[in-house]
Write a protein that binds this ligand. Structure first.
Ligand SMILES: C[S@@+](CC[C@H](N)C(=O)[O-])C[C@H]1O[C@@H](n2cnc3c(N)ncnc32)[C@H](O)[C@@H]1O
Ligand SMILES: [Zn+2]
Length: 430
């Protein structure tokens, strides 16, 4: 069996599965959960598909199950209110809804739940008091009953279930070095130091009293970076990184992850448990909204992560701090370091300077790590607006060394076709 995102072509199969599920429920003592409302309506399924939250379970090319899955902080707003109990863990979670199978293959429900759990390590779901089949499945899959919630579609109370992480986090208390774990709305170490989870679901582990708000990038530059990357201009790099990790498992740390464009994409791989941090709270706030990883605010010079706890790290256009990278990687662990290639944004430089020079592709000298490989990713893109040209220019180190007279040369451009080029250097911790 495999899981993939649903498309509109799956709608007929999904509708059939839900019709089967309503009949099955009615025949097994649960006529009120989906029957009276004909739940879920096709308009809702279309909406889920468009938002990328609808999935199908496929066996031998045939759709045999379907469900809704979304993850992040506040993934299901109706779960904010819970009565007769409380949630176990307030950290970002995945929510499952509308899990149903066509009844032809055994184990579809469990397969879907395990798949979702592997992606986020923290799931919530609800079901009707009469749905004994689903209650038993949730319990078998390791969910705990937490209280009562109410859902949007009708006024019947629902039983709330949650499955929390079995694993310990790799995070360490920045005050005493003790292991940090999610408890309630905070992360806590055994000595009692607590770090509140922000509304977006990230945690600030900077020891400094100076707020991350004022350190690193401003809100405006974080947003313009997010908007620029979201347009997909650097997608070739993102895809190359995802390909590198395609067959890998384990814990990945994205060092100086910025607003999480690459981090969240790595987090799509269910075999990876991804962490990302940055000095800038503004960046991490945006990253947490992208989801896919556990995000925290921290300084590269003192990463609050246990020694040897990381299977692989990525460091993309960020400062290189070998002692900390070597410390957090396990023996045999890999660091993928991304820097601009010699011809990165060449056409932009040609517009700016009379005699542009190519970027230096020399890698930093290393003592604790060993360089084991290096690949180049090249593509040609067209920057579609003056705003995008300005943003990409601001993202380069030479923006700040360019005179206003030279900067003005870009103002006349409505669009710009240019090469982009990235070096991914691979290091091993011996
Ligand atoms: C050029 S951005 C790259 C961000 C992200 N990797 C990307 O490619 O979108 C560099 C990032 O490094 C972060 N940074 C700079 N110094 C840092 C430090 N000492 N500790 C943690 N992050 C730092 C900045 O806040 C910024 O988000
Ligand atoms: Zn502590």
């Amino acid at each position: 069996m495999e899981i993939r995102r649903s498309t509109r072509n799956d709608l007929a199969a999904m509708n059939e599965i839900y019709a089967f599920a309503r009949r099955f429920m009615a025949a097994h003592g649960n006529p009120n959960q989906w029957g009276p409302t004909g739940w879920p309506p096709e308009a809702l399924l279309r909406q889920d598909i468009a938002a990328g939250n609808s999935y199908v379970c496929v066996e031998d090319g045939r759709v045999v199950g379907t469900f809704f899955f979304r993850q992040g902080a506040d993934a299901e707003p109706t779960y904010r209110d819970i009565t007769d109990g409380s949630w176990l863990d307030e950290s970002p979670y995945g929510v499952l809804h509308r899990v149903a199978s066509d009844g032809t293959v055994k184990g579809v429900g469990r397969f879907c739940m395990d798949w979702a759990y592997a992606r986020c390590g923290h799931l919530r779901a609800d079901t009707h008091g009469d749905n004994l089949v689903m209650q038993s499945l949730l319990q078998k899959c390791g969910f705990v009953r937490c209280g009562i919630v109410h859902v949007a579609e009708d006024s019947y109370p629902r039983l709330a279930y949650e499955k929390v992480r079995e694993h310990k986090t790799i995070l360490r208390c920045p005050v005493c070095g003790g292991a940090l774990d999610f408890r309630g709305k905070a992360m806590r170490c055994p000595a009692g130091h607590a770090f509140d989870l922000a509304r977006e679901g990230y945690v600030n582990l900077l020891r400094s009293t100076r707020s991350g708000d004022r350190m690193g990038d401003s809100k405006e530059s974080a947003r313009s970076r997010r908007d620029f990357l979201s347009k997909g201009y650097y997608r070739p790099l993102r895809d190359a990184l995802c390909d590198i990790f395609a067959g890998q498992r384990g814990t990945v740390l994205d060092i100086c992850c910025g607003e999480g464009y690459y981090t969240a994409a790595l987090g799509e791989n269910p075999a990876l448990r991804v962490y990302g941090f940055d000095l800038s709270k503004e960046m991490i706030r945006l990253a947490a909204r992208r989801g896919g990883a556990t995000y925290f605010v921290a300084n590269l010079a003192a990463i609050p992560v246990a020694d040897g706890s990381v299977d692989a790290a990525t460091q993309i256009f960020a400062p290189f701090h070998e002692p900390e990278f070597a410390r957090v990687l396990r023996s045999g662990g890999r660091l993928y370091s991304v820097t601009p290639g010699s011809r990165h944004l060449w056409a932009l430089k040609e517009r700016l300077y009379d005699a542009p020079y190519p970027n230096d592709e020399a890698l930093p000298a290393v003592k604790l790590l060993r360089c084991v490989g290096r690949r180049k990713i090249s593509a040609v893109i067209t920057l579609e607006s003056p705003e995008d040209i300005e943003t990409v220019f601001r993202m380069t180190p030479y923006y700040y060394h360019t005179s206003q007279r030279d900067r003005d040369k870009l103002n006349a451009l409505a669009s710009l076709r240019t090469e982009i080029e990235f070096i991914i250097a691979e290091y091993e911790k011996p």
